[in-house]
Ligand binder design. Structure first.
Ligand code: MN
Length: 480
């Protein structure tokens, strides 16, 4: 990817946020002066890096504070500039962002030192004050991963592992799928070079073999929808390299990956999304057990869409992802879909969205209140927010939980009151005890009796802090 010049960047900013051009230009001038004489491993002047980072953020229409902070994000670490300088030259808000990004770089889940646990807790909790810190850091990591080829083999591996362990989950938790997919592919490329190359080539063949068919299907659907009075635009997409790899690892064949080939069908309103199903299923045979309604029950990172997998005229599986414009923007950018560039309002708006709709925030808050010990806090955050998820269906609704969750966690997620009387689970038509560890695609029925069944042992079998918190409350209530 070619570097953008400052002129290209600032013209882009002018388009969506003209009021901030002056301040952002000033931040660039300061960055140029501070990083003068410093060079990247690629041989380019250092300031090209903060400039590309700021551009990645401008593409998401970031606010002025964020752009200034992005331009200055390495200045505290690598130049004589201090936080107070940024406060005076710009604002306390820009200074806090730069300071936060600088500290976030020290986030480390592996070190076993007490000092580190305390530090990690502080860093993680700073997100609850200003989530833009993570978003800047994601853009920073993305640009570093794009240019990782210039680093030593050792550094490449180290950064790739850290990206998978810390930044991919951050991107997922905030719903930033575009960044997540690119980070995954870049990290995978340095972690498993041969497999990356193999799947890269196989994917290129899939693209050339199926492009025409996908476009034709898209046109058919577009016409049928227009005839039905539904305005729409359709984009074909093929799963990313790491996404394909994960499926192959689980034993799937290419032909069985139900979302390898997909069409994004974007519409004006929610009602049209549901109506579209009629036109699509009328033309293409749906695979019934692949239907998901993430509009009625969004993912925990606010992802929304209807998913239906249908058979193409050549019998390939094609996933149709039906959503509104806003849902599509949230799929692409995640929480950053909500920047509000009105003077100083971006932070408030983002924090409001984060608090209201993102499980990441709620879980962090719960974990923070339950675990006083720093090491326990860090362990729980890692296990709950930085691991893979499992998806199970309960009464036809898809529920997302951290990997390792049991029937107890599920019960408290679905119905906290009745969970106190949980006895068993029926999983795929077989009876299991309540501490059964959930697996992807399980169809679960929660069975509860008339009596309260909660006891101390449930705390050991619960995995999520949400369930643990509610169990503790109930135990307290029972003992009174
Ligand atoms: Mn940087």
């Amino acid at each position: 990817m070619d570097n953008v010049t400052f002129d290209e960047f600032i013209n882009f900013v002018k388009e969506y946020n003209p009021d901030e051009v002056e301040r952002v230009t000033k931040a660039y001038d300061v960055a140029c002066r501070m990083h003068e004489g410093q060079y990247r491993d690629s041989g380019e002047p250092y300031v090209t890096h903060p400039l590309q980072v700021a551009y990645i953020l401008a593409e998401m229409e970031a606010d002025g504070d964020t752009l200034c902070a992005a331009l200055l994000h390495d200045a505290l670490e690598d130049t004589p500039l201090i936080k107070e300088d940024i406060e005076i030259l710009f604002s306390p808000s820009v200074a806090n962002l730069v300071d936060g990004v600088t500290k976030l770089a020290r986030l480390n889940f592996s070190s076993k030192e007490d000092q580190n646990f305390a530090n990690t807790r502080k860093i993680i909790n700073s997100v609850r004050e200003d989530v833009r810190i993570i978003i800047i850091k994601l853009a920073d990591r993305l640009h570093n991963m794009r240019t990782l080829g210039y680093k030593s083999k050792f550094k490449q591996k180290e950064n790739a592992i850290e990206t998978m362990e810390i930044y991919v989950p951050f991107a997922y938790n905030l719903g930033c799928y575009q960044i997540k997919r690119e980070l995954e592919d870049l990290a995978f490329r340095y972690l498993k070079e041969d497999e990356y190359k193999r799947i890269f080539d196989e994917r290129a063949k899939i693209v050339s073999d199926n492009e025409a068919m996908l476009n034709q299907m898209g046109e058919d659907i577009n016409k049928a929808l227009l005839a039905g009075g539904i305005d729409n635009r359709i984009i074909a997409r093929i799963k990313n390299i790491y996404g394909i790899y994960s499926k192959l690892e689980k034993g799937y064949k290419y032909s069985d990956i139900h979302d390898l080939l997909a069409l994004k069908i974007i519409e004006g309103n929610i009602k049209d999304c549901y109506s579209s199903l009629y036109y699509i299923h009328n033309r293409f045979l749906p695979i019934h057990d692949k239907f998901r309604d993430y509009i009625a029950s969004p993912k925990t990172n606010k992802y929304q869409s209807l998913h239906t997998t249908v058979l193409s005229p050549f019998e390939n599986l094609v996933q149709c992802q039906i959503r509104t414009d806003l849902m599509d923007r949230i799929d692409t950018y995640g929480l950053p879909a909500y920047w509000n560039t009105d003077k100083g309002y971006a932070r408030t708006r983002m924090q409001e969205e984060l608090k209201r709709d993102y499980q990441f925030y709620t879980s962090l808050k719960e974990i923070d209140s339950i675990f006083k010990d720093n090491q326990e806090f860090v362990t729980q955050v890692k296990e709950e927010l930085f691991t893979d998820k499992v998806y199970v269906s309960v009464n036809g609704e898809t529920k997302e939980l951290p990997k390792g969750s049991t029937g107890i966690d599920l019960a408290y997620k679905v119905d906290p009151i009745n969970a106190n009387r949980l006895t068993n689970l029926e999983v795929n038509n077989e009876l299991f005890p309540r501490d059964y560890v959930l697996q992807n695609r399980d169809r679960v029925q929660i069975i509860s009796g008339d009596e309260v069944t909660v006891d101390e042992s449930w705390l050991e079998h619960a995995h999520t802090s949400h369930a643990k918190e509610l169990i503790k409350l109930k135990l307290k209530e029972e003992s009174n």
